[in-house]
Design a protein. Structure first.
Length: 431
């Protein structure tokens, strides 16, 4: 039975009014993506562009611009050097901390594979975690046709980010075409990714700020996403007859949810439904029943619903799944060969990139490395090999040549039992 708690409801209202969100774009791709959010006016969602390249920052629409590593590379980019990107962030960590100060949620957008994004993003995450913020990362991977070395760096960067952030939303490279279609232009492809990131931020912000029938607040979001590891996200908006089923199907069919597949392994789910004054109870039941059929029976589900006058005859379904099975970064046989050649030609990357877990560990569902239980040693017994005795060739059938009861077929040192010295090849008696 739902009861109204005036004290807790007042606290929730205060949190909804005070919750601050910072969206940080790190590196070239991250700064470009943040521009989409920067064009929207919301005083509680601050945008920050972080980059080494001063020219990229000059064209950014972000509320705040932070140039890092200016003393390291004279205002130029990292040139694909991950170490240089990391040093740049460390050298100007105070500027990054100032940009994060006061934020309850820090959403970091980064394109992995380059120098600044891959190298600086982990340092930005550390700064945000130290400030006490909930840190969520939206990461994209390189195209298949790019330099294989970029994918090597992207995979290593993703593993590092997954260890540091509370939650990571990743778009694998093999989903780009599925998202934009085969006939899409380059500009349309990047615009789609930027829209997806902005949609994710808006949806999370809407969940914790909307008031209505059953509210979810920042505490609920933190409980679900804190140390959640790799997550999946989907949203669907539909109108007219059958809108509940259509919106749910759209949310489950998003590029990050893979038509509901991660829900089978998700440990926690957060579902939010927004509709107009005509939102029916049967529509809420229809949405939740569909999601429950896709989810594991052990999954913990947080649910919220609200009514908005602007959603008359429309329904918006937002779904977040945590503790999902890690999204593999698949490589074709050709890609694996290219990657192997790239590693062989660049020893610096080989020395700094660990593509497989160290011995004695196994990758968990969140990408963390866990120790494996030791296996008992197996004793191997060497069997005798069926070797034949050496043959004497044409002399094999004949009798040995003897003189004074000595076999002259044997070498002299064997007949006389002489131990040869390793030093000069002579026995002690001969010397």
């Amino acid at each position: 039975m739902y009861t109204f708690d005036g004290v807790n409801e007042a606290r929730r209202d205060r949190e909804r009014e005070e919750c601050m969100v910072r969206v940080l774009g790190v590196g070239g791709a991250g700064c470009n993506a943040v521009n989409r959010l920067a064009m929207e006016s919301n005083e509680r969602i601050g945008t920050v562009a972080i980059n080494m390249d001063g020219q990229v920052l000059a064209s950014s629409l972000a509320d705040r611009k932070v140039q890092i590593g200016k003393q390291i590379n004279n205002g130029l980019g990292a040139g694909g050097d991950v170490v240089k990107g990391q040093k740049a962030a460390m050298s100007d960590i105070l500027l990054i901390e100032e940009a994060i100060e006061g934020a309850d949620i820090v959403f970091i957008v980064v394109g992995l594979g380059g120098g600044t994004g891959t190298g600086a993003a982990p340092e930005v995450i550390r700064a945000a975690r130290n400030a006490g913020a909930l840190v969520l990362v939206f990461a994209t991977l390189p195209f298949r046709f790019e330099d294989p070395k970029r994918m090597v760096k992207a995979r290593q960067g993703f593993n590092t980010i997954q260890e540091l952030a509370d939650a990571v939303f990743m778009v694998p490279n093999d989903r780009w075409v599925d998202m934009v279609g085969t006939g899409a232009t380059v500009l349309e492809a990047f615009r789609t990714i930027d829209d997806l990131m902005a949609q994710c931020v808006r949806s999370l912000f809407r969940i914790i700020t909307a008031t209505g029938i059953i509210n979810l607040d920042f505490g609920d979001l933190r409980a679900v996403l804190h140390n959640a590891g790799q997550c999946a996200f989907g949203t669907g908006l539909a109108e007219g007859e059958g809108r509940a089923a259509a919106a749910t199907e759209m949310a489950l069919g998003g590029p990050l949810l893979r038509k509901g597949f991660p829900l089978q392994t998700a440990g926690s789910l957060m579902v939010h439904i927004m509709g107009g004054p005509d939102l029916a109870l049967t529509q809420i039941e229809e949405v939740m029943d569909t999601i429950r059929q896709k989810a594991s029976a052990q999954a913990q589900i947080s649910f919220g619903a609200c009514v908005d006058e602007g959603f008359q005859n429309r329904i918006l379904v937002t779904l977040i799944a945590t503790d999902t099975a890690p999204v593999d970064i698949p490589l074709s046989h050709l890609d694996r060969a290219k990657e192997k050649n790239a590693l062989a030609s660049d020893r610096g990357i080989v020395e700094n990139v660990a593509l497989t877990p160290p011995p004695g560990t196994v990758s968990s569902s969140r990408g963390r490395l866990q120790k494996m239980a030791p296996h008992p040693a197996k004793v191997l017994n060497q069997e005798l090999l069926p070797l034949e005795q050496p043959s004497h060739g044409i002399f094999d059938p004949g009798d040995p040549t003897t003189y004074n009861d000595q076999n002259l077929d044997l070498p002299t040192y064997l007949r006389r039992n002489i131990a040869l010295s390793r030093k000069n090849g002579l026995s002690e008696a001969d010397s």
